[in-house]
Design a protein around this ligand. Sequence first.
Ligand code: ADE
Ligand code: ZN
Length: 325
Amino acid sequence: TSLLPLLETLPKAELHLHIEGTLEPELAFALAARNGVALPFTSVDELRAAYDFDDLQSFLDLYYACMTVLRTEQDFADLGRAYLERANADGVRHAELFFDPQVHAANGVPLSTVMDGLLRALADAEAAWGMSGGLILCFVRDQPVASALATLEEAAPRAGDLLGVGLDSAEVCYPPSLFAEVFERARALGLHRVAHAGEEGPPAYVREAVDLLGVERIDHGIRAAEDAALIDLLVERRIPLTVCPHSNVRLKAVAGMHAHPLRTLFDRGVLVTVNSDDPAYFGGYVASNYEAVHAAGFTLDELVRMAANSIDASFASDPRKAELH
Ligand code: ADE
Ligand code: ZN
């Protein structure tokens, strides 16, 4: 019998979710038509058939191609609304949404258009379901550091509309150390800081993100399991990992759930959380990711612990955390 209905009722926070990665093929085609933008696919089925990835880069190529249909504030409000509705059904009570403004800017979409649309969706979700959350502006690490700095300066007057900053896109060859100045400026602006590290990249990237970027959480971080001293550091400093099981399997970061280092990390006392990353592309939203973790041998009690970890690891206020537990 499936544990899914029960897992959908666990109060949880989603902390690793690229809003552009929630763009389902049906909405992608609807927005392409609405905006007069061409997708390099003729049908929803043909697009879905392309969701067969070899690694992170093969996914990113398709993900960035699909992002070109997102043009107006309404598009971002619709995208956010569709995700938050789905998240609410999965028991998500607090959602922190990543977005990639540099990619949208290259498509001719200003930062304010993206933020205004997503903030409207978040405000509607709070009014409708009492959901809390916010936005995390991600720098794409395969674009120049100067572009990241310029994006942060553009966002600075609206720092109050952001929870924090993150670092994503192609990882290998783009170590966190490149972005030390950007993250220092984000800290000075009072923003929280997270970074993708140790998804495909080595454990040394996780250490750099902690030591040189001062991040408060690591996104993915699964390759930290290869380095015992690094695990100790994550445990001692209570730095959570936002793990994304379906993503790791579909992008071949692991050989399968049976080979996933989640068990090692959890048993060593790392604050692990379960998240969906880019659920439209990887075959399931957050409750489905919890189900995959259960199928890999974690007990219901352990899943309850991970859901509680997600609330503790969030950037919600302390009173809000108490309410969510
Ligand atoms: N952008 C969207 N999903 C990502 C992932 N899993 N890793 C790096 N960048 C991403
Ligand atoms: Zn991610």
